[in-house]
Design a protein around this ligand. Structure first.
Ligand SMILES: [Zn+2]
Length: 418
């Protein structure tokens, strides 16, 4: 048998139960061999034992909404930054995420779809990637970002979106993404705060277009995630079979029944709005990154967001852990994704353990990989050791310096314990 690596200390397995105070997680190769109490297992002599004195062993975290390789939140950079430079940002983004304990991410519109081989061969380091490829947006939609630019700018400059109108075009965009290896589809069903438009209340795409994208995804056994800030977008997502409802700042009581009955997910993305609001409240705008329309549209959406998350929690909606970070060094850098944990507690009303389960066990459902998400015999060895007890202080997870050890696929990728 291969040499065992044994983590010894407090264990949170990701299933939501009480931690094992004196626990053991044994890893053989890239799989978890055993999780139990210390007194239930005789450690073999040749095992490599990692004693955790003041810390907790947890499953690797899964951020269910990020954008890899966008590089900047500045709307103009979407068009002006060369794709090669975006790839440079992406490589940095991925390593920052791994350092912060995120061993899997769902890229909801970014360049990581093309970096899977580089990750698999070890050319670059980063989390497992579950990618949408490009977002799909309508003309004059959210990711047709700057309406005062000529539409032609999108053809060359906007590598993060397919602009598609009508059923044949959205099918083509969906199929192009899937052809390039996308794991799911991401479409834009409402305006957003980052894009140039003042009205957050509209629905983008007609129902028939949304249903066509859902059909294309479902045909190959995957799903559609939809940017759904407006309530009209939430209702369209439910009506048209969109599985994963992103943001949902304007959720209403009458949405809940359909969301639960059809088993939709809601991913509220609290980290990004907090980071925007810190700058808006402090009247800081580093390097002029925040556009005038973002500064105008963000506060009312932020006000409403908290009630939406609490409403979803109270109704028993499956709510996920997604930050919506894009890696902008001035506003929302990767490595701070763990801030979502504390925000889900303070703004969403969740317990610390519930937020951990959202970022681990539930995350494995969102990335359609039941081999991830919990520390259990037979699962893939994606393991994080964090300093201290995150159930007592959830904000420990917000600081990447507290992430002491990161193991991905049985290989230690970060070790601050010497
Ligand atoms: Zn997003």
């Amino acid at each position: 048998m291969e040499q065992l690596t044994i983590f010894k200390g407090r264990v949170i397995d990701g299933n939501g139960g009480a931690p094992i105070e004196k626990g053991i997680v044994a890893v053989s190769g890239n799989r978890i061999q055993l999780v139990c109490r210390e007194d239930e297992f005789d450690v073999p002599e040749n095992a490599k034992v990692i004693e955790i004195q003041n810390g907790t062993v947890m499953p690797g975290f899964i951020d269910q909404h990020v954008h890899i390789g966008m590089g900047s939140i500045n709307h103009k950079s979407l068009y002006s930054m060369h794709p090669y430079e975006k790839v440079c940002y992406a490589i940095r983004n991925l390593s920052d995420l791994l350092n912060a304990g995120f061993t899997t991410v769902r890229d909801c519109g970014g360049v990581s779809n093309h970096l899977k081989n580089a990750l698999a061969t070890g050319l670059i380091e980063g989390p497992r990637v579950f990618s949408a490829g490009r977002t799909i947006t309508q003309t004059n939609g959210h990711f047709d970002q700057i309406k005062s630019f000529p539409i032609e700018f999108n053809e060359k400059g906007n590598i993060l979106a397919y602009i598609a109108d009508g059923v044949p075009e959205v099918r083509k965009a969906a199929r192009m993404n899937l052809r390039e290896g996308a794991d799911f589809l991401k479409c834009m069903l409402s305006a957003g705060v980052v894009s140039q438009s003042n009205n957050l209340e509209t629905q983008e795409f007609a129902d028939e277009e949304i249903k066509a994208m859902v059909e294309e995804a479902n045909k190959i056994g995957t799903y559609v995630a939809a940017h759904s800030i407006s309530n009209k977008a939430v209702k369209a997502a439910v009506r048209c079979g969109v599985k994963s409802i992103e943001h949902a700042y304007f959720l209403q009581e009458d949405d809940l029944e359909g969301i639960i009955k059809n088993d939709h997910w809601v991913i509220p993305t609290l980290a990004i709005t907090e980071m925007f609001m810190i700058n808006i409240r402090n009247k800081t705008n580093p390097n002029n990154k925040l556009s005038p329309w973002l500064i105008q549209k963000m506060p009312p959406a932020y006000e409403r967001q908290e009630a939406s998350v609490r409403m979803a929690r109270a109704a028993g909606v499956k709510v996920g852990f997604g930050t919506d970070l894009v890696g902008d060094a001035d506003i929302c850098p990767f490595g701070e994704n763990g801030r979502e944990f504390g925000l889900l507690v303070r703004r969403g009303g969740y317990t610390p353990m519930e937020t951990i389960t959202m970022a681990t066990k539930f995350g494995s459902e969102v990335v359609m990989n039941p081999d991830l998400g919990t520390l259990e015999k037979g699962k893939l060895a994606d393991i994080v050791v964090v300093k201290g007890d995150p159930v007592a202080d959830i904000d420990l997870l917000a600081n990447k310096d507290n992430i002491r050890i990161v193991m991905k696929d049985g290989v230690v990728k970060k070790n601050m314990e010497g």
